[in-house]
Design a protein around this ligand. Structure first.
Ligand SMILES: [Ca+2]
Ligand SMILES: [Ca+2]
Length: 377
């Protein structure tokens, strides 16, 4: 013990002149460091190197580590001290980084973003269970909304207890930043139109009201990751009206497909001529077995293991044509930004013409939607 103490003092005495010399040389800019002792942390040892009490920022409880402002020479001196195992600069910590879900490059969303097309200025109505507007990866893009419900639990379009709408919104336009995921059209404006309640259920009357709200509020694109098996002449008329008013109307084809893929199972509103019916594929461009089939299938997009935003700053991977439809809505926003002169009908034709043919049209429609190819056509 005595011997160790002597060594320690000797080193301190040796170190101090170095430190002073450095000060005289002008290299006295301090920076914060984390230093770890091989025994109990000692403020006295640190001060012996000429460090002021005020520069000792924090002493940790569970490890003999001290957060401290040091000059470079103080740091060097402490690093050479036998009671100190580590001296490291306090590095800036960044968020864990952003994951790009596989579907985004698969539809050339990433390539189109790199070319400058992020859907900026395009308004996309998400007719769904609402959008958690406080989500860290969405709030910059959520610009408004409306709920068709009047009861206390469901009247807030920015409250999404189900999570479906928040997930769909993230695929269209999660923000391109250092966290979470990124959407296809990372700067498109999202509007939360809550037509499905917190249990994920709604009615054709509510969807019709959501479509009417979208027309009245200047939306460019409507995404409906929803559907039913029963036709409704009122819903058809509202869908047709939106299309006639110049909106692009995109919907999930439905999840009523089977392994054979021969049935006619596309749901409503996707089945209407005025609405683009989107089928789901996996990473290998195989049709998801659940993806509805039939002559109304118009185009395909990723819909298996789709990572996106869920309420409460969470993220999750879901399957469904509900996940495919927002890929098409996002691509449409990118292409429309690039070609604002196109009508909705022209845009729709362009997306269909530039899709990659995947085979049977009853299963894949025109094939896999491609953003950059449409932009460059
Ligand atoms: Ca992000
Ligand atoms: Ca259709």
């Amino acid at each position: 013990m005595k011997k160790l103490f002597t060594v320690w003092l000797a080193l301190v005495l040796l170190a101090i002149p170095v430190s002073v010399g450095a000060d005289a040389g002008g290299n006295d800019q301090s920076q914060d460091y984390l230093i770890q002792f091989n025994g109990p942390a000692s403020k006295g040892l640190i001060k012996a190197f000429g460090v002021d009490e005020g520069d000792i920022l924090h002493t940790y409880d569970h490890l003999p580590v001290v957060h401290v402002n040091l000059t470079e020479n103080q740091a060097r001196g402490l690093a050479n001290h036998p009671h100190i195992t580590t001296v490291e600069e306090n590095a800036e910590v960044k968020a864990l980084g952003q994951t790009v879900p596989w579907g985004i490059p698969h539809v050339q969303g990433t390539a189109a973003q790199d070319a400058g097309y992020t859907g900026a200025g395009l308004k996309v109505a998400i007719l769904d269970t609402g959008i958690d507007r406080n989500h860290e990866d969405l709030f910059e893009n959520v610009k408004g909304g409306h709920s068709v419900f009047t009861d206390a639990a469901n009247r807030d379009p920015f409250y999404d207890a189900d999570g479906h709408g928040t997930h769909v919104a993230g695929t269209v336009a999660a923000v391109d930043n250092d966290l979470g995921v990124v959407g296809v059209a990372s700067q498109a404006e999202l509007y939360a139109v809550k037509v499905l309640n917190n249990s994920g259920s709604g009615s054709y009357a509510g969807i019709a009201e959501g479509i009417e709200w979208s027309i009245n509020n200047g939306m460019d694109i409507i995404n409906m990751s929803l559907g039913g098996s029963q036709s409704s002449s009122i819903l058809k008329q509202f869908s047709d009206l939106a299309y006639e008013e110049g909106l692009l109307v995109v919907a999930a084809a439905g999840n009523s497909g089977n392994r054979g893929g021969n049935n006619d199972t596309v749901g409503y509103p996707a089945k209407y001529d005025s609405v683009i019916a989107v089928a789901a594929v996996d990473q290998n461009n195989n049709r998801a077995t659940f993806s509805s089939t039939g002559p109304a299938v118009e185009i395909s997009a990723p819909g298996v293991s789709i990572l996106s935003t869920t309420p409460g700053n969470n993220y999750a991977a879901f399957n469904g044509t509900s996940m495919a439809s927002p890929h098409v809505a996002g691509v449409a926003a990118q292409v429309w930004q690039a070609k604002p002169e196109l009508s909705n009908v022209e845009l729709r034709n362009l997306l269909n013409e530039t899709a990659v043919n995947l085979g049977r049209s009853n299963q894949f429609g025109h094939g896999l939607v491609q953003s950059l190819d449409a932009i460059q056509q």
